[in-house]
Write a protein that binds this ligand. Structure first.
Ligand code: SAM
Length: 171
């Protein structure tokens, strides 16, 4: 099980990026996303996509990041914080892949300092600055067993791979 925790979300300013964090998480094999802020618009956008394109992805806002991490750890889960300052992904991915429950945390602006101590792993997708969407996508590609081959049961819309043009089936 892999769930994303989005922290530092600023409503309006981060709406698009947080929505894309959720859509990326869903598409690349995560089971859900917690948002440590209130934003019904983001929740609704991701739920709309999940409703049309299928799968069981959940989204929950108004989550306290601190309590969420503590509960996850109490339930035996592993906490991974994605940060450019962490250990490089290739050096820890084998160990992280053995974990059954992974909470992946991505920030927006500066993240709280406590987070570095609370995480079981501070992981960098290169030690260069980029974005939470890129970091999450590469992380899931390396860690999620079904990242590029996920099934989305219950879809109302299916897109067929096409060398050229668009083929979309309404189910
Ligand atoms: N100064 C912030 C920091 O402490 O990482 C950078 C904020 S960055 C715009 C937003 C988020 O993108 C970060 O909180 C982190 O989750 C993710 N991120 C950015 N670069 C990353 C990298 N090289 N590896 C992993 N995650 C990264």
């Amino acid at each position: 099980m892999i769930v994303v925790l989005r922290i530092g979300h600023r409503p309006q300013r981060d709406m698009r990026v947080t929505t894309h964090v959720g859509l990326t998480a869903r598409a690349l094999g995560a089971d859900g996303m917690y948002i440590a802020a209130e934003d019904r618009g983001v929740v609704q956008s991701i739920r709309d996509v999940a409703g049309r394109f299928g799968g069981e992805f959940f989204v929950e806002d108004k989550v306290s990041w601190n309590s969420c991490i503590k509960k996850w750890k109490k339930d035996g889960g592993c906490v991974v914080h994605l940060t450019m300052f962490g250990l490089n992904l290739p050096d820890v991915e084998q160990e992280i892949r053995t974990k059954e429950k992974i909470l992946v945390i991505v920030g927006a602006e500066k993240v709280p300092g406590d987070l570095y101590q609370m995480a079981d792993y501070n992981v960098a997708v290169t030690n260069q600055p980029h974005s939470e969407i890129a970091g999450l996508a590469v992380f899931l590609d390396h860690i999620s067993p079904c990242a590029l081959h996920r099934e989305f049961p219950g879809a109302k819309v299916r897109v067929f791979p096409n060398a050229c043009g668009k083929t979309v089936e309404e189910l």
